[in-house]
Write a protein that binds this ligand. Structure first.
Ligand code: ADP
Ligand code: TRP
Length: 315
């Protein structure tokens, strides 16, 4: 991590296989610019624990997400790839933030509100989730956080945590900005709703050709018009508007041909990444995570020395 470049950081939960919404919403925006920054890419495993209680699955997912990062082309010598649980300062700082924000403030959190609205019981980890995310970001003096639209509120909460701390204990944390790119903030799923692991409407990022074909053939096309809107919206991620207009004009009402064209375009992007991914061994990926964790911990522990002193627990 360098002293002079601005810090860029994002993270994904190892809560299931990644999909093209994660790729276009968070990973590609990171990939496109990370070389110009002092960049970190996290696997936020303690966040995933709010929903996943299967140790074998969590363990596998952690390695899988790290492989996904490398397969899309992140160079571990140019970005710190690490897992959250390897840097215990994250949970330590989250506790301090928990003591600064109020219960009514956290009750406005989308993830918590959605759970309660569905009549489900939220665990305390889900309730305080935004403060762990604030710690993830603020420990590293991060300035830019590439995410999808659904994370906007979490970055606002992060700024709030920073400001609360700075007011109470003196200037310590930088307030970060979200980077949400136009057109990819909300990638639609095969049913037209936001693509999400939890809605079962995904096109998997590293799916086999058969899985991708099955997902695309399942895209809901009940528009009845010339153009299948749900197919077009996903296709727009892979082809420019001019090419796309010509293709959809030439294949009016031919939904099958358009879906086949989309499968071919997805394959062209994913096949080389899938090949790279298959070539990675668990052992080399574990080493990348271990080294990244050590680098991240050096920064985080130095920051916490200052934080502990400021809150008054250092003797
Ligand atoms: P999911 O909703 O599938 O569980 P996550 O909450 O793990 O996804 O999101 C990981 C990252 O991917 C976040 O930055 C999030 O904003 C982004 N993301 C997730 N789904 C989409 C989507 N459909 N469109 C754009 N970005 C998305
Ligand atoms: N909450 C994010 C999500 O569900 C994941 C996340 C945790 C994150 N910590 C972060 C994203 C820090 C960016 C920066 O997608």
């Amino acid at each position: 991590m360098s002293e002079t470049k601005k810090r860029l950081l994002t993270g994904l939960q190892p809560s299931g296989a990644l999909h093209i919404g994660n790729y276009f919403g968070a990973l590609k925006p990171f990939l496109d610019i990370y070389g110009e920054y002092d960049s970190s890419l996290m696997i936020v495993d303690y966040h995933a624990l709010t929903s996943l209680k299967n140790p074998t699955e969590l363990n596998r997912n952690i390695l899988d997400v790290a492989k996904d990062y490398l397969a899309i082309g992140i160079d571990p010598s140019k970005a710190t790839i690490f897992k959250q649980s390897d840097v215990p300062e994250h949970t330590e700082l989250a506790w301090i933030f928990d003591c600064l924000v109020t219960v009514p403030f956290l009750m406005q959190g989308h993830a918590y509100k959605d759970k309660v609205a569905k009549g489900l019981e939220a665990n305390a980890g889900l309730f305080t989730y935004p403060m762990l995310m604030a710690a993830d970001i603020l420990l590293y003096d991060t300035e830019i956080v590439p995410v999808g639209e659904d994370q906007r509120q979490h970055i606002e909460y992060t700024r709030e945590a920073a400001s609360k701390f700075n007011i109470a204990f003196g200037e310590t944390f930088k307030e970060p900005k979200e980077q949400i790119l136009k057109g990819v903030g909300v990638v639609p799923g095969i049913d037209g709703a936001k693509m999400s692991k939890s809605y079962g409407n995904v096109i998997p990022l590293f799916g086999s050709k058969d899985e991708i074909t099955k997902a695309v053939m399942g895209i809901v096309t009940d528009s009845g018009g010339d153009r299948p809107e749900n197919v077009y919206a996903i296709h727009a991620l892979f082809k420019n508007e001019v090419e796309l207009t010509a293709l959809y004009e030439a294949n009016k009402k031919n939904y099958k041909a358009l879906k086949e064209a989309l499968i071919a375009d997805i394959e062209a992007v994913i096949a080389p990444m899938r090949e790279k991914r298959d070539s990675l061994s668990d052992e080399e990926v574990k080493l990348v995570i271990k080294e990244g964790g050590e680098r991240a911990r050096t920064i985080a522990s130095a920051k916490m020395v200052d934080v502990r002193k400021k809150v008054g627990v250092t003797l």
